[in-house]
Design a protein around this ligand. Structure first.
Ligand SMILES: *Cc1c(COP(=O)(O)O)cnc(C)c1O
Length: 430
C-alpha cells in the first residue's frame, strides 16, 4: 500500500516517524492514537511556503477542531500558525498553547453572550454569522469599553463535491450570511459604536479533493472585497477558510497538495487585491490537510468470528473514531504486526460498541488475523480523537506523540473513574 513518508514498514512491523507501532502498543497499551509531530510541522511549512510563493502577507490558521490536543496546538503555535477556533474551549486552549490572540478567529454560527464576552476580553476577532449576533457583540463590547474586530462569514452559495454533512457553503447551509446580503451587513456593522469590521471570511466545506471550488470561492470573495472597499471598509484580512481534502484511499484517491491549492487560488487573490489597490492578509484555515495523516489509531484484535462475513472484533469503535459511521468514511487499515504479510482473507473490522453500524472498515483483504494482532487505522489525525465519546461508558484511550527520536504521552488513557467523575449523586440517593 502507498504510505505517506512518515509511515513505513520495518521487520514486518508498521512504523510511524520510525517508531515501531507494535512496541508503542505494548508500551502504552491499546487502543492508542499515535501522532507524528514532525509530519504536522512539515505539512504546515508546505502550506505556508506554497502560499507565500505567490503573495507576501499570508497567515495559516489551523482549524483547531480537527485535533484539539494541547500538544498539537503547541506544535503549530511554535511553527507560527494561528488558529480558527469554534468555541470558547478551543479559544482558551489555543491561547494556552501560545497562539497570540491576533492570530485567532472565533468562528461559529451559534455563539453565546459568554463566548462573545470572552472574545472581546481576549482581543480575538470574531467571524460574525448573523445580524442578531452583530448587535449582541456590539453591546458586549460596549459594556467592556472595547471595540470588537470582526469579519462576517459569507455564504457564497457554492456547490462543492463532498459529503453533504460537510458541505458548508451551500445556499441552504446553516452557516454565514448570503453573499448578496453581505454589503448591508457591513453597512450595519459600520453604524455600530463598538464594532470594527476588519475582515471577511468564508469556508465552503471539508474533504474537497479539487482546487476549482476554492478558486470559485476566491473569486466571490474578491468581488465582495471590492464592494466592501468601495463602501469604506478597510480590510485587514480576507479568510478563505479550510477544506482541502486528503487521500483516504491510498491506491485510488489523489488530493491536491498545498502547492496545487496555492497555484489555483493565490494568483486570483493577488491579482484581485492588487486591482482594488489593497493589501490585506490572506488567511486560510486548513484542519484536515494539516493533521489528517499525522495520526494512526492502534487497536487490538479481541476475537475473529466467521459469520456471513468474517468479523474481526477490535477494541476501538465509533467511540474513538466516528468518521466511518458518521460520514461513511473510508480509512486504510494495516495489520501493524504483519505489515509485510500478503493479503489472505477478506475481513470486516468491527468495534466493541453496542450498535450494528459500529464497523471501522468493511471487506478488506488482510493477512490472516488472530486475537492479539494490532490493527492500525490510518489517517485518523483529523476528526478522530477530537470527535470521540465515552459511549458505552468506555474510557477514552491515550494519545502518544512521536517527534524524531522522542516519544511522549500527550493524553493519558481515561479510566472508568474519569467516566464517573462529573456525575453527581442526587441527595435522595445518598
Ligand atoms: C472545520 C472548519 C475548517 C477546517 O476544515 P478542514 O476541512 O478540516 O480543512 C476551517 N474553517 C472553519 C470555519 C471550519 O468550520
Amino acid at each position: 500500500m502507498n504510505l505517506p513518508p512518515h509511515l513505513g514498514v520495518r521487520d514486518g512491523h508498521l512504523t510511524i516517524g520510525r517508531h515501531d507501532c507494535v512496541s508503542l502498543a505494548e508500551r502504552f497499551g491499546v487502543p492508542l492514537y499515535v501522532t507524528d509531530e514532525q509530519r504536522i510541522i512539515s505539512r504546515y511549512r508546505e502550506y505556508r511556503d506554497a502560499l507565500a510563493a505567490y503573495y507576501p502577507y499570508v497567515q495559516v490558521l489551523y482549524a483547531a477542531k480537527a485535533n484539539g490536543n494541547l500538544a498539537v496546538l503547541r506544535t503549530l503555535a511554535m511553527t507560527g500558525a494561528g488558529a480558527d477556533v469554534f468555541s470558547s474551549g478551543e479559544l482558551v486552549l489555543a491561547l494556552r498553547a501560545g497562539i497570540p490572540p491576533e492570530k485567532l478567529l472565533f468562528n461559529g454560527n451559534s455563539k453565546s453572550i459568554a463566548d462573545l464576552a470572552l472574545a472581546v476580553e481576549k482581543g480575538v476577532a470574531v467571524s460574525v454569522d448573523s445580524l442578531d449576533e452583530l448587535h449582541q457583540l456590539d453591546r458586549v463590547a460596549g459594556e467592556a469599553g472595547k471595540t470588537a474586530r470582526i469579519s462576517f462569514r459569507v455564504n457564497p452559495a457554492l456547490e462543492v463535491p463532498t459529503h453533504p454533512k460537510i458541505a458548508t457553503g451551500l445556499a441552504t447551509s446553516k452557516f454565514g450570511i448570503a453573499h448578496e446580503r453581505i454589503p448591508d451587513a457591513y453597512r450595519e456593522a459600520l453604524a455600530c459604536g463598538n464594532i470594527a469590521p476588519v475582515g471577511v471570511h468564508c469556508h465552503i466545506g471539508s474533504q474537497i479533493l479539487a482546487t476549482d471550488p476554492f478558486a470559485r470561492a476566491c473569486r466571490v470573495m474578491i468581488r465582495i472585497a471590492g464592494e466592501l472597499t468601495r463602501m469604506g471598509v478597510a480590510l485587514e484580512f480576507i479568510d478563505l477558510g479550510g477544506g482541502l481534502g486528503i487521500p483516504y484511499r491510498h491506491e485510488t484517491e489523489v488530493a491536491p497538495t498545498p502547492a496545487d491549492y496555492a497555484a489555483a487560488v493565490v494568483p486570483i487573490f493577488r491579482d484581485g487585491v492588487e486591482e482594488l489597490g489593497i493589501s490585506p492578509q490572506l488567511w486560510v484555515e486548513p484542519g484536515r490537510s494539516l493533521v489528517g495523516d499525522s495520526s494512526i489509531l492502534l487497536t487490538r484484535v479481541n476475537s475473529v468470528k466467521k459469520a456471513h462475513r468474517t468479523f474481526v472484533n477490535v477494541d476501538a469503535g465509533f467511540n474513538l473514531l466516528v468518521r466511518p459511521v458518521m460520514y461513511d468514511a473510508y480509512h486504510e487499515v494495516v495489520v501493524a504486526n504483519k505489515a509485510s504479510s500478503p493479503g489472505k482473507e477478506t475481513y470486516t473490522i468491527a468495534g466493541p460498541i453496542c450498535e450494528t453500524g459500529d464497523l471501522l472498515a468493511s471487506d478488506r483483504l488482510l493477512p490472516e488475523l488472530a486475537a492479539g494482532d494490532i490493527v492500525a487505522v490510518l489517517d485518523t489525525g483529523a476528526y478522530g480523537f477530537a470527535m470521540s465519546s465515552q459511549y458505552n461508558s468506555r474510557p477514552r484511550c491515550a494519545e502518544v506523540v512521536v517527534s524524531g527520536e522522542r516519544v511522549s504521552l500527550m493524553r493519558r488513557a481515561e479510566t472508568v473513574e474519569d467516566v464517573a467523575a462529573a456525575m453527581v449523586t442526587p441527595d435522595w440517593q445518598k
